[in-house]
Design a protein around this ligand. Structure first.
Ligand code: MLT
Length: 268
């Protein structure tokens, strides 16, 4: 891991492998560790896996907007001297950030991979729920987020619950959530609630797009990605059985194979 001074803060970033750069942007309120199952991709790609502003080892500043996190990701590429367009992949919140990278900095993105995420902005009810959660986190701490989110993050069908890795995955998620500062969680909830609708900007995206979703995703169900498939001019969709909102963590082998297959089909 190294720290890069950037845009008024310091971002922790893990890099591995060489070749085509692949940026992996984590979900809320997690950190780079959710991409541990993607390490084998470093045999063929240059993995760039940051802790985004305020998360993981990138503490100190809090996230102010999804657009800011997108500009951070591009500043990170600059800091790592990555000048060629990168493959940008994000899960959920990371997917919102990846969409903003594609909209704001299209020349820096060779291909886009959106996982367990959506293009639409929050409904008023979703925004109110975020405000409510932020208030409870301020009073009661991160534990409340772990309790509220973990049951929704993973697939709940019997085969998924009986997986030998299940307990370790839940514990990893709990640790990441409990390690995220309250100030980051509160600021990120506001930034997520304020994020703009990306349906119209994504209609203009010309790069190849891979959409991936767990069939049992309870937060951004397959219908979200099915709508996205209709929006992008050049996208394909993979719905993965026995997975929930953390698809790449729940079934890394299927995810990694899908990424390599997509990049090969896109001529990389
Ligand atoms: C995430 O998993 O990153 C969040 O659930 C995204 C969101 O709350 O919209």
């Amino acid at each position: 891991m190294h720290h890069l001074p950037l845009r008024g803060t310091r971002l922790a970033v893990h890099t591995r492998g060489s070749g085509l750069p692949l940026v992996l942007l984590h979900g809320f309120p997690l950190d780079h560790r959710m991409w541990a199952g993607q390490e084998p991709l470093a045999d063929q790609l240059r993995l760039i896996v940051p802790d985004q502003r305020g998360f993981g080892a990138s503490g100190g500043a809090v996230p102010e907007s999804v657009a800011q996190l997108a500009d951070d990701a591009v500043a990170l590429l600059d800091g790592l001297h990555v000048t060629e367009p990168a493959v940008v992949c994000g899960l959920s919140m990371g997917g919102y950030v990846a969409q903003h990278v594609a909209a704001r900095h299209p020349g820096r993105v060779r291909a886009l991979i959106l996982v367990d995420t959506k293009l639409e902005s929050d409904t008023p009810e979703a925004r109110a729920a975020r405000r409510d959660l932020a208030g409870r986190v301020e009073r009661l701490g991160q534990q409340i987020v772990a309790e509220a989110m973990i049951p929704n993050l993973l697939a709940q069908s019997a085969p998924a619950r009986e997986s030998p890795h299940r307990a370790a995955i839940e514990e990893g998620l709990r640790q990441a959530i409990l390690a995220t500062p309250v100030a980051t969680i509160v600021a990120a909830l506001a930034a997520l609630g304020d994020r703009p609708d990306m349906v119209a900007p994504m209609r203009q995206v010309r790069m190849p797009v891979l959409l991936v979703v767990g069939e049992e995703d309870a937060i951004t169900p397959p219908a979200c990605l099915e709508r996205a498939l209709e929006t992008f001019p050049n996208a394909r969709l993979l719905v993965v059985p026995r997975c929930g909102h953390m698809m790449p963590l729940e079934d890394p082998g299927t995810f990694n194979a899908a990424v390599l297959d997509f990049l090969q089909a896109a001529g990389h």
